[in-house]
Design a protein around this ligand. Sequence first.
Ligand code: ACO
Length: 402
Amino acid sequence: AIDIGDLRDQSGFITLDRGFKNTGSTKSAITFLDGENGILRYRGYPIEQLAEKSTFLEVAYLLIYGELPSQPELDKFLQEIRIHTLVNEDMKKIFDGFPINAHPMGILSALVCSLTAFYPESVGDMNPEQEHLSIIRILAKMPTIAAWSYKNHMGHPVNYPKNRLDYCSNFLYMMFALPVEEYEVNPVIADAMNKLLILHADHEQNCSTSTVRLVGSSRASLYSSVSAGINALWGPLHGGANQEVIEMLESIKADGGNTNKYIEMAKNKASGFRLMGFGHRVYKNFDPRAKIIKKAADQVLTQLGIKDPVLDIAQQLEEAALHDEYFIERKLYPNVDFYSGIIYRALGIPTNMFTVMFALGRLPGWIAQWKEMRESKEPIGRPRQIYTGYTERNYLGIKERK
Ligand code: ACO
C-alpha cells in the first residue's frame, strides 16, 4: 500500500478509483480481512472462535475498546447498557407519525438520528464521559427502537424493555410479546440471534461503515453518523440483500423451483437479474461468515424442528453456481446474506426486519470505527473528482436559449 497522506490538496495529483476498489480510506486496528484466503478477525480474534465462544455484547466491548473485557469490566458494561434501554417517551410521537406500512429501516434511521436532538451535547467535541455515554445510549436504545419500529408496522402496542433479560432475549421479548398471552424467550432462538449478530458486528471499510466514518469526520454526532450508516446498509447491494435473498428464493419456489433457469438469467446481463447473496467486493474464495451461517442454519432448523423448502432451493443454487464457469471465473460465492435470511425466518423474524437485524449486529463495528476515527484525529473526509462537464460558457437570458 502506498500512503499518499502527506500530499497537499494543491498538488494537482488526483487518483480516480470508482467504488474505491483499491483505495484505502484510513488506517484501522479493528478488523483484519483477507479476502483471498477467507480470513476475518476482530482485534486479532478469528471470527470462528468468537461466533462459537463469545456473546454479542462481549464482542461489542472488544471491538469498541480493543480488548476482551475482564468479568468486572463486562459486568459494568452490561449494567450500564441495562439502565439506558428506555427511550424518551416523546419519541413515541415520532413513531406515530409514520404510516402503518413504513419500512422498519426507514423508521430506525429516523429515530436513531433523532437521538441527536434529544442529546444535543453529542454534536462536536465531547469529553470522554460524554462520548462513553453516547456509546452506551445507542447500544442500549437501538434494540428498543428496532423492536418498536416493528410494533408500529404491525399496529401493536409497544413493549417496554425487561432489563432482567439478556440483550438478545430482551429484543425478542420487545418484538414478539403481546399483551394477550404469555411470552417466553426460546433460548435456541436467542443463541442463534447472538451468533448472527456477532458475525455481522464489523467488516472494515464497507459501504455503511465508510459512510459512518465520513459523516462522523465532520464531528457529527454518533447518532447521526450511525443513522447515515443505517441508510447505506438499507440498499439491496449491501445489507438489504438479506431481504432480497429470501424474496428471490421464494419466487424461485413459486416458479416451480427451477434453479437452473435463474442461474441462466443471472448470467445474462440483459436480464438485469443478479443472484442475490452471491458475490462480494473483497472475498474472492469464500466468505468465512457464510460458512458459519450455513452450518448454523442447518442446526437451528433441526433444533426448532422446521423443514424449510427454501433451504433446499438455496443449496441447489449454491451447488449449481459452484460448478458454473460464469460464477467460477468471477469468483462469485454465497456471501453472509445468503443463509442469514433462512435463519431469521426460522426464528420468526419477518422479512422486512432482516436488514434491521443486520443493523443491530453492525452497530458495535460502526461505533468502534467512529471512535477510532475521532481518536486518530482524522481530517474531514472530502474526496476529489475528475471534472467532465463544460468548460466556461456565458449565461444566456431565457429568450436566447434554444
Ligand atoms: N449475480 C450475477 N453476476 C454477478 C453477481 C451476482 N450476484 N455479482 C457480481 N456479478 C458479476 C458482475 O456482473 C460482473 O460481471 P462482468 O465482470 O462480466 O461485468 C462481475 O461479476 C463483478 O461484479 P461487480 O458488480 O463488478 O463486483 P463488485 O465488487 O462491484 O460488487 C457485489 C460486489 C455488490 C456484492 C455484487 O457481487 C452483487 O451485486 N451481489 C449481489 C448483491 C449482494 O448479495 N449483496 C450483499 C453483499 S455482502 C454485504 O453487503 C454484507
